[in-house]
Structures are given as structure tokens and as C-alpha cells.
Design a protein around this ligand. Structure first.
Ligand SMILES: Cc1cc2nc3c(=O)[nH]c(=O)nc-3n(C[C@H](O)[C@H](O)[C@H](O)COP(=O)(O)OP(=O)(O)OC[C@H]3O[C@@H](n4cnc5c(N)ncnc54)[C@H](O)[C@@H]3O)c2cc1C
Length: 459
């Protein structure tokens, strides 16, 4: 490791590599419940060529290498399970090109969500990207690569579906381009070529290090509003979501159910965010949304909340901060969630399961969902807070998460950005031939097995 340290200093300079206990401590953990694992070394490259040199070195010395963006995934995916080098992408944060007409942006993978949001606001106010509700220092690369979602996911699906192209350093050190950029100077999309982006999406950094990516941008309309539809009956929610997404005017449709504050307990709240270029268009969209749910209003089983202005303002913000506030419910403020990707018809089952698990594991909870695409599926989250200074409390949350992963799989959903133990649960349910294909692909791309080992593995 001493030799590797010296070679890394030659590649990135002494200020951007560390083998010191402070850095090894910080990079051993993320804010969730997973046990820490210390790296031997931490390195922060500034260019694709530096990444390439580091990967070649790791191959030569056969040491694991773990790419990391913001390290905010909560499920511990950038903890080095088998030691080695954590490669922190945060210095690779340049915004390289905005194509206003074809609406895309090319960024380095370590660009923070908040940086891109602020850059577009200042330089291209008519455009925006889909923001996840994660803290703004989460990276564009880290989020797209785990199939994240955000405040334009109703309009355009998972963030991985908004991906136009990639530059990747393969585990063997070659630099490859994926998508139109492989053949054209434009990063306009992945079609019509064979779609190789799938080799890197959902793999948790086990198949390569993404150094650049282009993502789609969307019109940033000046008029915005939100309606909150409320019902007591969770069984109605799939049809509510089906109807409201069917009119295709919302940008984001999210549900939230929480036992606190008291007035919210027992209700299903469905936020419908929409935007327009003129006040008339906004009114037209509002009318369409209301008309789609008229049946339930007439039957007096649901209706729209009158929103106090501060509450409305909060609901119009991206990112939303309610989950962060939820983490502060208990002193020591941590939280982690299972995001079950599942069809929307499972909504009521998922909600009831979340409450049962929280009762059973003696913890509190917050549940909710984000509709992906036009109701093609949802990310149903089951969040559990914990006091990180109290190991018994962390263990309660960990048990609730474990049980939730099992329940999500049993009902036909799939845990998103799954923790290493949950990945094993998924593999057990997966068609063995699919897992075999995954292993063959990984073996071809990473013959030395150096990339984020311990993930998507049985042992
Ligand atoms: C309060 C809160 C709210 C959240 N809300 C949302 C939300 O609304 N939507 C959402 O999608 N997520 C949400 N999240 C989850 C998570 O924070 C985000 O998905 C975040 O964007 C992950 O990005 P990151 O840069 O932190 O990734 P990291 O945790 O650093 O990495 C994630 C995975 O990608 C790999 N990786 C990272 N960069 C690269 C690279 N350049 N090349 C190859 N592999 C790489 C890592 O090895 C790891 O396996 C939320 C989290 C919190 C704490």
C-alpha cells in the first residue's frame, strides 16, 4: 500500500491522496445503517486520464477500487467492502456544454446536483434538469447510475432514462464512449445504436467508472402550482394515480403518509406539481387535474386540501427537505429508506406493510411514493429514523429495513439501490440465468475483479 500511495501521489499530487486515519474513517461509512468498512487509500482525480492511470495501477497491484460521488446513497454502496482505494469523483465537477436547442447538458460525473441547478438558473433560466430530493451535493453521475428519480420523473421517467450518453473508464483502463457521442460530436441520445449504457446502469460501480455524462434538460416554466389530493382510503390511491397521470399535465406526482404531525396521520396525501408558460395555461392544467379526480370529490371520499401559503411554497421547492426534517425527529438524526420499485396497484399493500413493520420493529416511519413516468411504476419508500448515537436504535432501523426488503420482494417489487445484504435477497429471487449473465458480463469487463467487489455477489 505504501508503494501504491507513492504512485497515486505521482498521478494526482500529494494534496489529493490520503492514507491517513481521518480520511479512512470518513470514507468508511455513509449516513445510513450499514457497518463501516475502511479503505486503505482515498484518491481524488481531476481528469479522465488520471482516472485511467489509477485504474491501470489498481489492475497491476490487484487492489479493489470503489467509485464514489456524494456518498449519499444511504445504503452504503460506496463503502469499500474489501478495502482498497476509494476514488472520490468530486473534483471532476465541470459543466462542459449546454445545448439549448436540443435540450441537454454534458457534465463531468462528479458535478453536484446543486451546482448544475444553480448554473442553469444563472446561465440558462429557461432550462432545468430533474432534481432528486437528495442533499444538493449528491452527484449527477452517482444518481443517474443508480436509476435515481426526481421532480420531473412523472414527465420523463427514471433519471437513467434521461441519460443521453457516457464516457467511461473500463475496469481494464480503456476509455470508451457510449451513445451518439461515440459516432457524432453531439450527445443527443442513445438511439439508434446498440444501447451499451445498460452495462453501467444499476451496477453500483462494478463495471466501470463514469467520467462524463450527458443528461436531458426540460423547459423551466415560469408559473408553477401544486394541488394536494387527500383521501383516507389507501385502496383508492392506485386509481387516483392512474387518473391523474392519464391527463399528462403534471411534472411530478408524489404521495406521502406520515404519523406526524397529528393532523396528517391516517391520510394519503398526493402532491401533484405542474407548471405552465402563462397563468391561463396553469388554470387549464389545474382544471384538467381536478376533472380527472371529480368522481372521488363527488362521492365525498377525497378532495383537495386548502394549502397555507408557506406549505405551498415548501411543496414547490426542489429538492424537498421534508425527509431531512424527518431525520431530526429523534436526537442524533439519521434515517434510511427502502425504495421499492413496483407497479402502482401495490400501493395499499405497501402502505399497510410499512405500518405493520414499523409497529413490529418498534420504530416510527414515514412512507410515500414517487410516480415514475405516466404511472408505469412507482418508487414506494419506507423510511425509518434512528439515533446514530444509540446502537440499539440503529439496530431497530436496520431490522425494519431488512424486513421491508423481504416484504417488497414478496409482493413483487424490487428494492432500489439495495444494500449489500438486500442485493443478496434480490439475487435469491432473480432468475438464475439472469444472474449468470450478469456475472459473465462482469467477468469480461473486469477480469481481475477489482471494481467495487462485494456488490452484486452471493458471497
Ligand atoms: C434526504 C435524502 C433524500 C433523497 N431523495 C432522493 C430522491 O428524491 N431521488 C433519488 O434518486 N435519490 C434520493 N436520495 C438518495 C441518494 O442521495 C441519491 O440518489 C444521490 O443522488 C446518490 O448520488 P451520490 O453522488 O451520493 O452517489 P454515491 O452514493 O456516491 O454512489 C452511488 C453508487 O454509484 C456508484 N458511483 C458513483 N459515482 C460513480 C461514477 N462516476 N462511476 C461509476 N460508479 C459511480 C458508487 O460506487 C455507488 O455504488 C435521497 C437521499 C437523501 C439523504
Amino acid at each position: 500500500m505504501e508503494e501504491i500511495y507513492k504512485e497515486l501521489v505521482e498521478i494526482v499530487g500529494a494534496g489529493y491522496v490520503s492514507n491517513q486515519p481521518e480520511e479512512r474513517f470518513i470514507y468508511s461509512r455513509d449516513p445510513g445503517t450499514m457497518e463501516p468498512h475502511e479503505p486503505d487509500l482515498v484518491v481524488m482525480p481531476a481528469t479522465t486520464e488520471e482516472v485511467q492511470k489509477i485504474v491501470l495501477l489498481a489492475n497491476r497491484k490487484r487492489v479493489p477500487i470503489v467509485p464514489m460521488g456524494g456518498g449519499l446513497v444511504l445504503s452504503g454502496l460506496s463503502r469499500p467492502l474489501k478495502g482498497g482505494i476509494v476514488l472520490d469523483m468530486k473534483r471532476m465537477n465541470r459543466i462542459l456544454e449546454v445545448n439549448e436547442t436540443s435540450r441537454y447538458v454534458l457534465v463531468e460525473a462528479g458535478t453536484a446536483q446543486g451546482m448544475l441547478q444553480a448554473y442553469l438558473k444563472k446561465n440558462h433560466p429557461g432550462l432545468k434538469h430533474s432534481m432528486p430530493d437528495s442533499p444538493p451535493m449528491a452527484t449527477i453521475g452517482g444518481n443517474v447510475l443508480i436509476h435515481g428519480s426526481g421532480h420531473l420523473s412523472h414527465a420523463a421517467g427514471f433519471h437513467s432514462e434521461m441519460l443521453n450518453g457516457l464516457e467511461v473508464v473500463l475496469p481494464t483502463g480503456e476509455i470508451v464512449k457510449i451513445g451518439s457521442c461515440s459516432t457524432s460530436p453531439y450527445w443527443f441520445g442513445r438511439a439508434p445504436l446498440p444501447d451499451l449504457a445498460g452495462l453501467f446502469l444499476g451496477w453500483f460501480g462494478t463495471t466501470g467508472i463514469v467520467t462524463k455524462l450527458a443528461i436531458k434538460l426540460f423547459p423551466n416554466r415560469p408559473y408553477q402550482d401544486v394541488g394536494v389530493f387527500v383521501t383516507e382510503d389507501p385502496e383508492l390511491v392506485p386509481d387516483v394515480l392512474h387518473r391523474v397521470t392519464g391527463v399528462q399535465v403534471a411534472e411530478d406526482v408524489t404521495a406521502w403518509m406520515t404519523p406526524r404531525p397529528d393532523w396528517a396521520r391516517g391520510f394519503q396525501h398526493i402532491n401533484i406539481n405542474y407548471a405552465a408558460d402563462t397563468p391561463e395555461e396553469l388554470t387549464g392544467k389545474r382544471n384538467l387535474i381536478r376533472a380527472s379526480l371529480q368522481k372521488y370529490i363527488r362521492e365525498k371520499v377525497g378532495g383537495f386540501m386548502v394549502l397555507p401559503p408557506p406549505m405551498k411554497k415548501g411543496f414547490l421547492e426542489a429538492p424537498q427537505t421534508t425527509l431531512v426534517q424527518f431525520a431530526d425527529v429523534r436526537k442524533g438524526g439519521g434515517f434510511e429508506y427502502v425504495g421499492g420499485i413496483m407497479p402502482i396497484e401495490l400501493f395499499a399493500r405497501a402502505y399497510r406493510a410499512g405500518i405493520e413493520i414499523a409497529e413490529h420493529q418498534r420504530t416510527t416511519y414515514s412512507t410515500g411514493a414517487r410516480v415514475i413516468g405516466l404511472g408505469h411504476c412507482m418508487m414506494f419508500f419506507f423510511a425509518y429514523p434512528f439515533n446514530r448515537a444509540d446502537e440499539a436504535d440503529v439496530e431497530r432501523a436496520r431490522k425494519a429495513l431488512e424486513e421491508t426488503n423481504r416484504v417488497v420482494l414478496d409482493m413483487g417489487g424490487i428494492p432500489w439501490k439495495a444494500e449489500a445484504p438486500a442485493q443478496k435477497q434480490i439475487i435469491q429471487k432473480m432468475d438464475p440465468k439472469t444472474f449468470d449473465l450478469m456475472n459473465r458480463i462482469r467477468g469480461v469487463l473486469d477480469p481481475q475483479g477489482i471494481m467495487n467487489p462485494g456488490n452484486w455477489e452471493v458471497e
